[in-house]
Design a protein around this ligand. Structure first.
Ligand code: UD1
Ligand code: CA
Length: 489
């Protein structure tokens, strides 16, 4: 394998902030969009550039953030920020980890999740083409509130960045914002950071001050515009979190549409960035395709369906259902109103029908659990039909036990399978049976006592009730009919 790493590029990702405006116990950079934490999107975009080194700066909830970072990018170097606040301090604390490196440093904010690798590559290219000391990504947005503004001089060159809270009214009217993404040449970056103060509205070391310092030192400062304002969206609060999730989803849905997936209602269809869909899949309204779900050709999912970490076979149909860690075979049929819990495996042409819950259950090819059932810790062979209301009693208060049902078994309605229990191939069970003992192949299992009718019970034991009156009336009418028949006969 050839090494395609960019030896002259290092990435620093800023992820130490608390994200106070989120009002959350979860660190901001761990909030998810598209099924991945914000910092995960940034790590992904950075990784695509194949930098020589990736450094992630953490502080708030450092263990939690560091665990997610190393889980997603084991090669990343995690660095701790001290108690001095600000993005400038965060970058400064990453410098030690860049010891021995010489080149350009791409600084990314972990709360700016929608930037695509192509945008970052273009930013690096602009920086190198212009032999700039620093090149920042800018965007012109409809509502610049909260962002740092890019201030230019009379000839249009970037002069400095002013933070929203430090800006005059006149400066706040500027619509060009700093996206929080920059490429710096390492040596001048380190030198200028040493001169950054905390003399500002927030008492923080601002990374953005490096722009003015570079400019004053006579170095070249460049700005490259983001392809669209949306790509530069920074997530500081839950409104922006929803905006980012929506924008990402629009992008993902569009990508699958162009790859051959019919999405009837893009606005109510949510697809995680890790999901994989084949051509001619159809997604109906209110459908969520989450985590590592894979859907094969021709399958129809929805409406009102959620699939998380599922595998769906060709031409399967899943309607109004909820499934997690389930495998649904080709041409199988699920729902409406089915609940497939982890470990469900439905075979080809199988069916899990209406108001059916399954868990750790293998249901063989052509087998059907059509109505009102709970099937847990169960193995079902091929071409089985379970009658309505089949319940596996898998739990005896202490342990879970397995139910094993052979091939071609047909059970009557309203059966309870008290596990551990085995039903042999081809066996049948009667309606209402409670199956406590194994059923041999081909046997008919009946567990319900023969029906006994106690005549007159209601009139004798519930006199004066509506039931007794109705029973007396029906008995009198029947006796009259019997009497007439006797006279006729
Ligand atoms: C920052 C920029 C602003 C820009 C905006 C773009 C500064 C001073 N301001 O503002 O110009 O328009 O991003 O979205 O840089 N962080 C640390 N350590 C800290 C503080 C922050 O690592 O001490 C991290 C945060 O986790 C976050 C990123 O840096 O990922 C940006 O911090 P945030 O506080 O959100 O900055 P903004 O106010 O959005
Ligand atoms: Ca921010």
């Amino acid at each position: 394998m050839t090494d395609t790493r960019d030896a002259a590029l290092a990435v620093v990702i800023l992820a130490a902030g608390q994200g106070r405006r989120m009002h959350s116990a979860l660190p901001k950079v761990l909030h998810e969009i598209g099924g991945l934490p914000l910092v995960g999107h940034v790590l992904g975009a950075a990784g695509a550039l194949q930098p020589a080194r990736t450094v992630v700066v953490v502080r708030h909830e450092r263990e939690r953030v560091a665990a997610v970072v190393t889980g997603l990018a084991p090669e990343a170097i995690v660095v701790d920020q001290d108690e001095v606040p600000g993005t400038g301090r965060a970058v400064q604390q990453a410098l030690d980890a860049l010891d021995g490196f010489d080149g350009d440093v791409l600084v990314l904010s972990a709360d700016v999740p929608l930037l695509e690798p192509a945008t970052l590559t273009a930013l690096v290219r602009t920086h190198r083409d212009r032999t700039a000391s620093v090149t920042l990504l800018s965007a012109t947005v409809a509502d610049p509130a909260g962002y740092g503004r890019v201030l230019r001089d009379a000839s249009g060159d970037v002069e400095r960045i002013v933070e929203h809270r430090d800006a005059t009214d006149h400066e706040q009217a500027v619509a060009e914002i700093n996206a929080g993404v920059y490429v710096f040449r390492l040596a001048p970056l380190a030198a200028h950071l040493a001169a950054v103060t905390r003399d500002n509205a927030q008492g923080e070391m601002y990374l953005t001050d490096v722009i003015a310092l570079a400019r004053r030192a006579g170095e070249r400062v460049a700005a490259a515009p983001a392809p669209d304002a949306e790509a530069a969206l920074g997530v500081n609060d839950r409104v922006q979190l929803a905006q980012a999730a929506r924008a990402l989803n629009d992008r993902i849905v569009r990508r699958w549409q162009l790859a051959g997936v019919t999405v009837q209602d893009p606005a109510s269809t949510w697809i995680d960035h890790t999901a994989v869909l084949a051509e001619d899949v159809t997604l109906l309204p209110n459908t969520l395709v989450l985590r590592a779900t894979e859907i094969a050709r021709g399958a129809t999912i929805g409406p009102d369906t959620s699939l998380s970490d599922c595998e769906v076979g060709e031409d399967a149909v899943v309607r109004r259902s909820d499934a997690t860690l389930a495998v649904i075979g080709a041409r199988a049929n699920v729902g409406p109103f089915a609940y497939l819990r982890p470990g469900t495996r439905l075979g080809e042409h199988g069916k899990i029908g209406t108001f059916v819950e399954t868990k750790n259950a293998t249901i063989g090819d052509g087998s059907k659990v059509p109505h009102l059932s709970y099937i847990g810790d169960t193995e079902i062979g091929v071409n089985v039909n379970l009658g309505a209301g089949a319940i596996t009693a898998n739990y005896d208060d202490i342990d879970k036990h397995r139910t094993v049902i052979g091939d071609e078994v047909h059970s009557g309605s309203h059966n309870v399978f008290v596990a551990p229990v085995r039903i042999g191939d081809g066996a049948k069970t009667g309606a209402g049976a409670v199956i406590r003992k194994d059923v041999p192949p081909g046997a008919l299992a009946l567990s319900v006592a023969p029906q006994r009718n106690i005549e007159g019970w209601v009139e004798n034991n519930r006199p004066g009730t509506g039931a007794a009156t109705a029973a007396a009336r029906a008995r009198a009418a029947q006796e009259a009919v019997d009497g007439t028949q006797r006279q006729d006969g």
